[in-house]
Design a protein around this ligand. Structure first.
Ligand SMILES: [Mg+2]
Length: 387
């Protein structure tokens, strides 16, 4: 079955209001989060002051018989351009089920302008659309194509700083966004400790706590903060360094032998993950299925990690059917992340925008068993990206 078309779209779902009343605005609206730009005072207060406003790109791959698959990815126009201008014309006519070959072609085609970053994001959208298409052509869910379920249901943890609401939703593991970093000095260290101490007090001893540091720290700050937080028994500390600093990750590993360490959402293609595994720099790898190169890249990473006894927990893996299917099927993906950015008081099933995507109940979920990824987005929601 050959590929007939590869097209890029924006998603235009109908506007809707929540039926349930929000008790307060979500933490995402105002909470300060330490980040790589925190050293610049004019951008420090909120990530929205410097992050690009690029929207999600939806890739549609259509086979000769009219069957199509959908795959989303991030970062708007530059990514949509790579797909439309470069990948699509070269991939039309290829065997739609030759997913590994097509991944390898995109990987090699993007060499002249660099694969890691925007190109691996573009690869992700095409790759996920191909897996969705393959599931539909075979008439089965993608997790069956990966060998079938590895577990009965998926344990999800909640990310976000509305911890009281997450407990109410039944989550048994919660991850905080760290508010302060090196730019805030000793005061920030103290405030970070107060937040974690308050959270431990709130959740008690039967809920895990993790801390996400969004590339904001250096080695010294990571070590100082982790030592202060040791009494609160964090399950892991995440993404404390910029992704390029492999030696820094090794140094943190050596200086904090007792602390579980996790990273990977801003690493692209399996290559940097191989380096982390070889150096045993972290305990948990966290690729993002929409950025790293799609399901094909995540599978390569999970297989490398599995043979080294290392765990993979996808970045945001619980929030999409794509991450859910992958997490359901692989042997070393015990948890999924569920980002909670909607207001407290509004149930998750009301807050989610993706028809066909289950939400966690008491912290557990089972993926949709429809063909492909089971995504049920109406075609009329898709608008040509470059209209
Ligand atoms: Mg993170």
């Amino acid at each position: 079955m050959k590929i007939r078309a590869i097209e890029v779209f924006r998603l235009k779902p109908p506007k809707r209001e929540f039926e349930s009343k929000a008790r307060r605005p979500p933490w995402t609206q105002d909470a300060e989060v330490a980040n790589p730009m925190s050293k610049f005072p004019e951008f420090k207060r909120h990530r929205s002051l410097w992050l690009p406003r690029w929207e999600t790109v939806w890739v549609k791959v259509t086979a000769e018989d009219g069957t199509f698959g959908l795959g989303p990815c991030s970062f708007g126009r530059p990514v949509a351009s790579i797909i439309e201008d470069h990948f699509a014309p070269k991939l039309i006519g290829q065997d739609a089920l030759a997913i590994e070959k097509i991944w390898d072609m995109m990987f090699r085609m993007s060499k002249p302008y660099g694969t890691v970053g925007l190109a691996s994001v573009a690869m992700s959208g095409v790759d996920l659309a191909l897996w969705d298409l393959a599931g539909k052509l075979h008439g089965c869910p993608v997790y069956e194509l990966l060998g079938g379920p590895a577990r009965e249901r998926i344990f999800t943890y909640a990310t976000g700083n509305d911890t009281d609401w997450q407990l109410e939703l039944g989550f048994k593991a919660v991850k905080l966004a760290c508010p302060y970093g090196p730019a805030d000095g000793l005061w920030g260290l103290q405030e970070n400790e107060k937040l974690v101490a308050r959270t431990r007090e709130l959740v008690g001893d039967d809920v895990e706590i993790m801390l996400d540091c969004y590339m904001a720290f250096d080695v010294e700050y990571t070590v100082r903060l982790a030592e202060r937080l040791r009494p609160y028994r964090l399950k892991w500390i995440e993404e404390y360094l910029i992704p390029e600093d492999l030696d820094g990750h090794v140094a943190v590993r050596q200086r904090l032998p007792w602390q579980t360490l996790a990273t990977g959402e801003h690493m692209y293609t399996p290559w940097p993950f191989r380096q982390l595994i070889e150096r045993r720099a972290v305990d948990i790898l966290q690729p993002d299925i929409f950025w790293v190169g799609g399901l094909t890249a995540c599978r390569h990473i999970a297989e490398m990690a599995n043979s080294a006894g290392i765990t993979v927990i996808l970045h945001g893996g619980g929030n999409s059917s794509y991450g859910q299917h992958f997490t359901y099927a692989m042997p070393n993906t015990p948890w999924a992340e569920y980002f909670v950015g909607s207001p407290p008081g509004v149930p998750l099933e009301e807050a989610t925008h993706f028809p066909g995507t289950p939400v966690p109940v008491d912290g557990w979920l089972v993926p949709n068993d429809g063909p492909g990824f089971g995504v049920e987005i109406p075609e009329e929601w898709l608008e040509p990206f470059f209209a």
